[in-house]
Design a binder for this molecule. Structure first.
Ligand SMILES: Cc1cc2nc3c(=O)[nH]c(=O)nc-3n(C[C@H](O)[C@H](O)[C@H](O)COP(=O)(O)OP(=O)(O)OC[C@H]3O[C@@H](n4cnc5c(N)ncnc54)[C@H](O)[C@@H]3O)c2cc1C
Length: 407
């Protein structure tokens, strides 16, 4: 069968891209290796994503935000970053005179479900479930895929949205910078005694990093980053021992804690594709850039990548031009490289520094947090986590307050 566009991967990036093409006459095929049931009703996977205002706007325009139940969306009003044994926190307060939060929190599985709901009935989109792409090819006129059961399809453009370990990217000969942090993120939800007041906490402790992000009522989402060899030991703790240990490490700021979800864990490997395109082929979402979660850019950048590509493709289609031509793909790469490369390298540098517990690094960590008051780019990078990615680093906005916790 011939289509205009083949998307490999029905994750939140691939589905959002298909949704962006909804008003066109472009015929789209999505190929997804998971079974239909898993895509229709994705299960909670422990990931609660922090989303920026720009992402909210994009999701509203695509009609995705409206499909997420209100009680599944929470927000971050303020944020505090703590380092090691220091009592100083780097604070991110809400914008003055604006009734806006710093950012929003939504579970990954809710986003996936909304993306699926928004695409499943589109007339111009076909989805093949339960089959992997086993081979890819490209020529001057077409891109082609062969599925594991042997079926073949062609299109003017193939878009890889098949995760940070994208097989199609590799098969198209595109290499990637990969950084294995040798750490894993353990994620879950807890209930606690005290109100969180919609404050998000990021604690770069020695030995582990702890993020506590506000959910509804007295619940928070937890991200614990630890060296890979400690994961099993932590997961073996009974739910209450785990929650008690967490409350201790969080210095009982929210009182007693109780685990209210399963614990999931993810190995932390950051990936930045060296190129975002090849002949009649390009990458979006994590297949282009897979970020370390500490700065919470992942899906925010994924949404941005699909929006950029959709804009260029739709414009070319309207003008009767070839949607898979090199000049369009090159333009996409230029825009998305510019948006992602500094964030990717900046985030990795922050992670490397703030997970280094050697004495010189400890001193540097303190220095960096203090210097953030005066060096806007550092604050800006950290601030990206908290929902202001669409803001340019402005000197005024970049001056946080350093204060003692509870002062
Ligand atoms: C612990 C953690 C916390 C995070 N926190 C945040 C956050 O706060 N904010 C944020 O913005 N982002 C965050 N992220 C990142 C976010 O989860 C990802 O960026 C996003 O889920 C990636 O979506 P995707 O569609 O690109 O890829 P994926 O979700 O990986 O989807 C890829 C899809 O492709 C399919 N597939 C793979 N290979 C094939 C194949 N060969 N053939 C067919 N189908 C295939 C897969 O089955 C899957 O459905 C976090 C990630 C982690 C791990």
């Amino acid at each position: 069968m011939h289509y205009d566009i083949i998307i490999v991967g029905a994750g939140p990036a691939g589905l959002a891209f298909a949704r962006s093409l909804r008003d066109s006459t472009l015929q789209v095929l999505i190929i997804e290796k998971q079974a239909k049931a898993q895509i229709e009703k994705p299960e909670y996977d422990g990931r609660d994503l922090a989303l920026t205002h720009l992402s909210r706007k994009t999701m509203l325009e695509l009609g995705l935000w409206q499909l997420i139940p209100e009680q599944s969306i929470s927000f971050v009003r303020e944020a505090r970053v703590l380092d090691g044994d220091s009592s100083m926190s780097l604070d991110f307060d809400p914008p003055e005179n604006e009734d806006l939060p710093l950012g929003y929190m939504i579970s990954n599985h809710r986003i996936r479900q909304a993306c699926y709901e928004a695409v499943k009935d589109l007339q111009n989109v076909t989805i093949i479930y339960g089959q992997s792409v086993s081979d890819v090819s490209a020529s001057d006129v077409n891109a082609g895929v062969t599925l594991e059961e042997g079926d073949q399809h062609t299109a003017s453009l193939m878009v890889a949205a098949d995760s940070r370990f994208s097989e199609t990217r590799r098969k198209m000969g595109i290499s990637a910078d990969m950084f294995d942090f040798a750490h894993s993120a353990i994620v879950c939800r807890v209930e606690h005694q005290q109100e969180h007041k919609n404050i998000a906490w990021e604690m770069f402790q020695y030995g582990r990093t702890l993020a506590i992000l506000p959910q509804h009522d007295r619940q928070s989402s937890v991200v614990i980053t630890v060296p890979g060899n400690q994961v099993d030991e932590i997961l073996k703790l009974s739910p209450q021992a785990f929650a008690d240990d967490l409350a201790d490490r969080f210095e009982h700021r929210l009182g007693k804690m109780k685990l209210v979800s399963e614990r999931h864990h993810y190995p932390l490997v950051a990936v930045h594709a060296k190129k975002f395109y090849a002949q009649r082929f390009c990458t979006i979402g994590d297949a282009a850039v897979g970020m370390h979660p500490v700065t919470a850019h992942g899906y925010n950048l994924g949404l941005r990548s699909q929006a950029t590509l959709a804009h260029l493709v739709l414009r070319a289609h309207k003008q009767g031009r070839d949607i898979g031509s090199m000049d369009i793909l090159r333009r996409y790469e230029t825009i998305h490289m510019r948006a992602t490369r500094p964030l990717y390298h900046g985030t990795n540098a922050i992670v490397r520094l703030f997970t280094d517990d050697r004495l010189p690094a400890r001193a540097l960590r303190k220095g960096v947090l203090q210097a953030s008051r005066r060096i806007p780019p550092i604050k800006w990078l950290i601030q990206h986590k908290l929902g202001e990615m669409d803001e340019k680093p402005s000197l005024l906005k970049a001056l946080p307050t350093l204060r003692k916790p509870f002062s």
